[in-house]
Design a protein around this ligand. Sequence first.
Ligand code: BG6
Length: 487
Amino acid sequence: FQEIRTMQDMTLALFGATGDLAKRKLYPALYNLYLDGRLPENISIIGLGRTKLSDEVFQGKVRESLHDYSRRNVRASRLEDFLEKFRYCVFDATADDSYQNLLEMIESREEELGIPQNRMFYLSVAPGLVDLITSNLNSSGICKNNGWKRLIIEKPFGSNLETARQLNNNLSKTFSEDEIYRIDHYLGKPMVQNLKTLILANPVLESLLDHNQIANVQITASETVGVEGRSDYYDKSGAIRDMVQNHLLQVLMMTAVYLPEKIMDNKTRAKKTEILDSLRPIRKENAYQNIVRGQYEAGELQDTPVIGYREEPGIDPASANDTYFAARLFIDHPSWEGIPFYIRTGKRMDQKSTQILIEFKNKITDTEVLEGISPNLLVLEISPNENISMRMNMKDPSSNRFKPAWINFSTNAENHPEAYELLLHDAMLGNSTFFAHWKEVELSWKWIDPLLEAYQQELLPLYFYPAGSTGPEAADLLLEKDQHKWW
Ligand code: BG6
């Protein structure tokens, strides 16, 4: 079920080396891979940024980020050897000589370390620079190497179907599809990756997850944070572009692909595309029947008052942007025929929780037994904890009534590899199973586009919810029409 690949020596050129993502996620991920012996034996890491820095100062910044964000303590004995892999190249994306300097630095380090011309480019830069950098990587000769080349890019991948297609066309002038690794960090979350092994390792689940037994599937990604100083980006993007087009649809695909059957790695992407292709389109005219969009107002979060979205610094006081999104979906595919999928995400909700919940049909008809019985549930908690639990009904001997009882398997997620660690490692190995293929991105925008039009044409009302709540009431009504409820 997993192809065996070998790690090869390489160069990693990191664009956006002084940025937030590098500091919080990428350096700690590289360090933890290093401690686990999962980096290539010889790797040249070149950080690129606009600020002028010496190698020593840059290495100091990397060291600082490890102290602040690494999941494991920094071990002095190994640190210097790790930092020695890093060099810095001052870089202006618009200047030709920046690319020449980069090429020289890559080549001189390749020679110094005796490594092949395997080159990986990680773009953690403003979306407007992606085209420019990739086309210059081509014209400067950096990509005319005698080895493999790979491009890792962060979201957003376009802002609608048209811009996503343009971006993809431009990228494909320099990189082929199998050289492009589109990161969606939800695909790196251990529980999402574990969906694959769930059925494989637990044959009993196969009969349980039969499509005749399932009443509905609920995917939730609720957050307590607000816009976190990203007002410029978020007010244009909203929950639909920030969380739904990518993370939620990816988790939906992974759930729909892996729960019904065992899948080989090399079939995953084709299966995901099949699922997304079967996602029933929602036309803009009747989007209001299946979609709820919301925005948080002032409220209270863990007993602390918080301001409303429109009062957040940098947000238009009349903004009609969504900070909450819920949808009722159907996948017209034999494995999922007739089973509703409910998905939701929101900022400033009552709790941070990402989970997949499967509600089973309640087939008990005997009214005597029925009292106190509630549906069996299987909950796969993705974060903050990694947890699998199953809700059963047990008779409480003292009251002689049925009560729900949870069977729980949880692991301490504290010291698990983080999403970026797993994904960087996969990309280094050349395994793109847990990256978003262009087909998936294209189909997801195709599904989202009519909803964006519905937004623009004001065909979808914006519901308000108080910060610290579970979202707008309208989202509850969405499920009530199927006699279901959010758990
Ligand atoms: C990011 C979004 O992709 O995912 C953020 O841009 C969001 O707005 C974040 O907060 C959520 O990720 P996680 O891993 O905390 O669930």
